[in-house]
Design a protein around this ligand. Structure first.
Ligand SMILES: Cc1ncc(COP(=O)(O)O)c(C=O)c1O
Length: 445
């Protein structure tokens, strides 16, 4: 078989993907099936698939096959549609039904005030100083050391902060070190920007500092991304000693840290973030999405003093500035103290729902904390994660499947359950019971 044969086949498959013959996210034929179609060997097809994967058209997973790359990858993990008789355990957002009144009140007040040019016109910088001050207050309340509001940057949610920082502080082809199981939104950005994720092993306290040290030596990542509180998906929170140890590794290798601490308000006590121990090498990211509303798109970044100009001018180049209207509502909530009350209210709902879930899922192996929004549920050996997720979906139960959280997409016998997207407790209980009986189905048969 000539060297160019596999390239020819790869080009043909690429065209078939372009015209939609192979749809986004669909599974490609096996090596053997395609080999007989193209009258060649399975080895040649494997080489064609490898080339297509390198070019970013497809993704291959050990044991699961090759798939046309899905640009809407996140859509598969997080499903926002929710019919009345269904249970959506896939979306990690606050339980709005409990605090909508407070939000509407604040929006109403904003709308009833006289016209303010700073809300409706172009503004200086990437956001107003008053809104940065509110961001500073929010972050300080949960333990971050910030000296002045000028150190705070405003972004369209944490996702925008993450994509901006990954783009600015790494180059295509660079490694980005992440927890081996992590939030798929981080993996999506890394892949979309042509960087390579490298997973750092974890234990019940999160990322292992000695493994991070070894990876810094062997793969020289440009960035390290850590979710230190109520980690998505494992729900682990790094104790203070672990935070200090991670900070030492960051310092030692002079690598940039992105500390994504959206769930800090769920910690039992205020905890110093890792960034406090390495302020000149870290970007601390948070947002109001989990405590108040993802619709506000209010994200805050505390950047090292040395990086402020670079980051500000990049954000300005890319988006000019954030929409001040959502930040104004957020700012009023923070300055009046009601943002903290709403966050505390959500934490109480989470605590109550964890108790409900733990009693219904008794006997299952799962990971969560008293006030986590979610549960990382290990599936019994009798269940394959793909199949479990598909059958659950047929029964109206939407869960987020394990492999989406693995840095390399490897199959993981677990699913993530968010306990907060379902608004009524009774409906949540019925959903958990339905889930439990599905888990048990394979045990009794
Ligand atoms: C760890 C983590 N970071 C970032 C985000 C995105 O947050 P935002 O809505 O602020 O963009 C999420 C959302 O689930 C998340 O879990």
């Amino acid at each position: 078989m000539s060297e160019s044969k596999y390239r020819e086949i790869a080009r043909e498959i690429e065209k078939l993907i372009e015209i939609g013959h192979y749809e986004e996210g669909s599974k490609l034929p096996t090596h053997r099936a395609l080999a007989s179609e193209y009258e060649t060997t399975a080895v040649t097809i494997a080489k064609a698939y490898k080339l297509l994967a390198e070019q970013g058209h497809i993704e291959s997973f050990v044991g699961r096959g090759s798939f046309v790359k899905n640009t809407s990858y996140l859509k598969q993990v997080i499903h926002s549609d929710q019919a009345e008789n269904e249970w959506n355990f896939s979306i990690l957002q606050p339980c709005f039904s409990r605090h909508l009144d407070a939000l509407y009140r604040q929006f109403g007040q904003c709308a009833s005030e006289p016209f303010t040019p700073s809300l409706f016109g172009y503004i200086e910088d990437t956001g107003s100083l008053a809104h940065k001050e509110s961001g500073m207050k929010w972050m300080q309340h949960y333990g971050l050391q910030v000296r002045s509001p000028e150190q705070v940057l405003l972004t369209n949610g944490a996702q925008h902060a993450l994509s901006t920082l990954i783009e600015l502080y790494s180059k295509p082809g660079d490694y980005v070190a992440v927890e081996e199981l992590t939030y798929p939104g981080i993996l999506s950005i890394i892949q979309a920007l042509g960087r390579k994720p490298i997973g750092v092993e974890m234990d019940e306290c999160g990322m292992l500092p000695n493994r991070l040290h070894e990876i810094c030596l062997s793969d020289r990542p440009s960035l390290v991304i850590v979710v230190p509180s109520h980690q998505n998906p494992t729900a682990s929170t790094m104790p203070i000693e672990r935070r200090k140890d991670i900070a030492s590794v960051i310092q030692k290798h002079s690598v940039w840290l992105l500390e994504d601490d959206l769930y800090c308000f769920l910690n039992a006590d205020v905890m110093a973030p890792i960034s406090n121990f390495v302020p000149e090498k870290s970007f601390y990211i948070t947002s109001l999405s989990k405590a108040i509303s993802p619709g506000l798109r209010c994200g805050f970044v505390k950047a090292p003093q040395s990086q402020l100009n670079r980051l500000t001018s990049y954000i300005r180049t890319m988006i000019w500035h954030i929409s001040p209207i959502g930040f104004d509502v957020a700012s009023r909530l923070i300055q009046s103290g009601s943002a903290f009350e709403l966050a505390e209210g959500q934490k109480k709902i989470a605590a109550h729902r964890q108790q409900l879930a733990l009693s219904i899922l008794q006997g299952e192996t799962l990971f969560s904390q008293e006030t986590s929004y979610h549960i990382w549920l290990m599936l019994p050996e009798t269940w394959d994660a793909d199949e479990f997720t598909a059958i659950a979906k047929e029964r109206g139960i939407t869960v987020s499947e394990g492999h989406f959280f693995h840095y390399d997409g490897q199959p993981i016998p677990a699913v993530r359950l968010s306990l907060m997207a379902i608004s009524e407790d009774q409906h949540l209980i019925a959903g958990l019971q339905a889930l439990k009986s599905l888990l048990d189905q394979r045990r009794s048969s």
